[in-house]
Design a protein around this ligand. Structure first.
Ligand SMILES: [Zn+2]
Length: 483
């Protein structure tokens, strides 16, 4: 496949160090709060990427960290400790906070059909490995001890800025006002590998180290975790675009200095989810989470569908109206899949294979998921029988993970049940042209009205309108006709 590489700013043919095998690393969540749906956009797109690589036949080893220590609210060693902030906010211990929000993150992932990586490693579980790596960096002269902390010395690198063409002046502007300058740093981009001088009196998690009791900086965890589980040569590193600098830049600095050879050639960054007011973030007021979407009546997979409709390298604007449109389209798609009859014909393997090629053409062009979604509609119209159409959709959905066949089967069962109990349970007679799918929808609407669920009744009426069906309420029933 061709994939845009943030490290070279080009679309390139995807390649791996070991043929057929992908060593893939993903920066995981900092578990001090619920993940907002902007964070989850990254995990959805990375999930599609992993599944697509497997679809192409690669053996993928995917590793992810869980940040439960060391991440300060400013990514460049300033601000407060995020885990401590969470603990203080909720009057719990740091480890309780970590456990609660780690579980919440994987629950969100489950609802969004995001596969759990092969290895998930909390940072607190690998402290000895971090220490070994920091010792190695000190031995090689890439790090120094100052004021009780260990720092990475960025002046020892030939090239530090990888992802953006920052010049010195840009970085100067990037230094935030109101943040106390760390006087121990020799160069302003130097970053902490190990803290012994905690700024926080009640720093809960501390470990012994050759430099005193303390805790690791945020960046070292990803380098060390990837080294342990992916080996010395990483093929693909993923994360949200906001992690590119300084986090990923610092990971490269540490890993390549420690290993003494190039580390990861391909970098995949997912762009922001914005609101009309700007970037979505936890620090700005109420955050949108998967539970929020559910409270508002949305299926989390409608949000996955919304994300897949646009390219991962474009900023995506979230509004409720946009989500409504996606949810409506997703419901219609499921209804169309449900209208296919599994018993119609034998699966034609040649047609499935031909459609597989079409899907790969779309997806291998820099993970073009919106074309991948379009391919679903093409499959529905394929000149073949329903059994083959369903097989093509199942094949595509092994990558897109929209649960299309499961939801369609559920819908078919519900419709059959509704149709069977038509006049008995509802007291509503449906009269039309005898189309069971339309009858079932008309009946569902009548039942929703009876249950005073007018929003659902209106939604079904609109759906029927889209299908060109006109309804007339008559006494004791509903008459429908095609217009
Ligand atoms: Zn990371």
């Amino acid at each position: 496949m061709y994939l845009y590489n943030s490290a070279t700013h080009k679309k390139e043919l995807f390649r791996t160090h070991t043929p057929g095998r992908v060593e893939m690393y993903t920066c995981g969540p900092t578990v001090y709060h619920f993940a907002h749906i902007g964070n989850l956009r990254s995990y959805i797109m990375e999930d599609v990427l992993e599944k697509y690589l497997r679809y192409e036949g690669y053996d993928v080893n995917r590793v992810m960290n869980i940040t439960d220590v060391g991440h300060l609210s400013g990514d460049s060693d300033d601000g407060e400790d995020k885990m401590l902030l969470g603990a203080r906010r909720e009057h719990k211990t740091v480890m309780e906070i970590a456990k609660f929000y780690t579980d919440a993150f994987f629950e969100d992932c489950r609802k969004l059909n995001i596969k759990t990586p092969d290895t998930v490693q909390p940072a607190t579980g690998l402290i000895p490995e971090f220490i070994t790596m920091i010792e190695g960096l000190l031995d090689k002269g890439y790090a120094y001890v100052a004021g009780g902390n260990v720092y990475f010395d960025t002046s020892k690198l030939q090239r530090y800025h990888i992802f953006f063409d920052h010049d010195e002046e840009d970085l100067q502007v990037g230094v935030r006002e109101g943040v106390e300058e760390d006087v121990n740093k020799r160069n302003k981009n130097d970053f902490v590998l190990w803290f012994t001088k905690s700024k926080f009196e009640d720093q809960a998690l501390k470990w012994d180290s050759p430099w005193g009791v303390g805790y690791p900086g945020w960046h070292i965890e990803c380098s060390a975790i990837s080294l342990k589980y992916n080996g010395e040569y990483l093929d693909l590193h993923c994360g949200g675009i906001d992690n590119a600098f300084p986090h990923h830049t610092n990971e490269i600095a540490q890993s390549e200095s420690y290993l003494g050879h190039p580390w990861c050639p391909q970098w995949f960054h997912v762009h922001h989810l914005n609101t009309p007011e700007g970037k979505m973030s936890k620090s700005k007021g109420k955050t949108l989470t998967v539970p929020t979407l559910e409270e508002e009546g949305y299926d989390p997979l409608a949000y996955r569908f919304f994300c897949l409709q646009s390219h991962y390298r474009k900023a995506l604007v979230f509004t409720w109206e946009n989500l409504d449109n996606a949810a409506g389209a997703y419901a219609k798609l499921i209804a169309r899949v449900a209208a296919l009859k599994p018993e119609d014909g034998e699966t034609d393997a040649a047609v499935v294979a031909e459609y597989r090629q079409r899907f790969m053409k779309a997806m291998s062009a820099d993970l073009n998921t919106s074309l991948g979604v379009t391919a679903l509609y093409d499959a529905l119209k394929a000149k073949t029988n329903d059994a083959t159409r369903l097989a093509i959709l199942a094949d595509y959905d092994s990558v897109l993970s929209l649960s299309l066949l499961e939801k369609a089967a559920q819908k078919r069962a519900e419709e059959a049940k509704a149709a069977a109990s038509a006049t008995v349970s509802s007291g509503v007679t449906v009269t039309g042209e005898g189309d069971p799918e339309i009858d079932a929808l008309v009946l569902q609407r009548a039942q929703a009205k009876k249950a005073k669920n007018f929003a659902e009744a209106d939604r079904i009426r609109d759906e029927l309108k889209m299908k060109g069906i006109e309804l007339t309420d008559v006494s004791g029933g509903v008459v429908w006709k095609r217009i």
